[in-house]
Design a protein around this ligand. Sequence first.
Ligand code: NAD
Ligand code: DAU
Length: 327
Amino acid sequence: MRLLVTGAAGFIGSTYVRLVGDEHDVVVLDKLTYAGRRENLPEGTNLIEGAIEDPAVVREAMQGVDAVVNFAAESHVDRSIDDQEAFARTHVVGTGTLLDAARELGVERYLQVSTDEVYGSIESGSFTETSPIDPSSPYSATKAAGDLLVSAHFHTYGIDASIVRGSNNYGPRQYPEKLIPLITLNALHRDPLPVYGDGRQVRNWLFVEDFCTGIHTVLTKGKAGEAYNVGGPDECENIEVVKRVIELTGGDESLIEYVTDRPGHDRRYSLSSEKLKAELGWEAQVHFAEGLERTVQWYRDNEWWWAPIRSGEYREYYEKQYGKSLR
Ligand code: NAD
Ligand code: DAU
């Protein structure tokens, strides 16, 4: 297949390109925002620099393509709380632009990469694909709008499209605004470790390679018009995640600092992947203990990757987000 993979200069998309790049002919379309980095992609990747909301670039990138996998997104909840505009543009206008072009050019298959956050927070039990959509943040609300556009294009035009909803990913090449890489790099530098609120929020951790095998399973075997959850095998409170990272980095717990909570903070995410397992035979392979160890080791071994980030735009963001609370 010739695949158009959007947003693949980011964390998950670049892992996906590594997974399928030998077997399929891949074209990447990426706007190269602060989170999109050429060096995330394998050497020789066919990269078109452009936005998914730009109809001309999208049509050019989609020529001769059999399937589209849309990873392109503004992915950080805290940034969406600060300013939602780019989130709406990419997730809503961008998704619509891709769907229109896919229909007009007769692309055979479309896969939307989405998130468990569209279901909102759950106190006990796990979300299934029939759980109501009830997003809490501008990030998840705009992702949910993108999902609804995909469903609308299936119902209205019969486009062969599916949606995958992943739980919290972690692994190599994740931008250090997210909890695990942020805590890992801060712990390695003996910098304070910011924990929002009481730190008892729960996330359902999914190693990035497992998400990518789930995505490819749904692309190749999933049913049109359907959504599939891809959940990790383990749940963990944030404070426990932070303590495990401290152990792996040889830091100490006096670095932990409880800071003001995220507004509208979802308390717990939990996804049931029963449908994906029963219908398409996918299961996560990597437990949190193993995946976290591999991830921390990767950050230890790849200073060339994170050093330029930590001294660039990220510094400004970090100051704005954590400011004086961390000094
Ligand atoms: P990321 O921030 O690391 O990468 C996003 C990529 O999209 C970047 O390369 C960026 O340059 C590109 N991009 C942003 N806006 C664009 C636009 N308008 N046009 C073209 N490219 C654009 O994000 P990620 O963590 O790799 O997430 C990838 C996808 O997976 C997103 O759709 C996200 O919602 C979804 N997801 C993420 C997680 C997670 O835990 N990180 C979990 C479930 C689902
Ligand atoms: O659930 C899937 C989602 O997971 C994806 O759709 C998003 O793209 C991805 O960013 C992620 O969202 P979260 O908001 O859950 O991830 P984040 O790493 O930002 O935060 C994880 C938890 O840690 C959350 O409860 C907030 C908390 N946290 C985060 C940061 C950055 C802290 O306590 N301190 C921090 O400094």
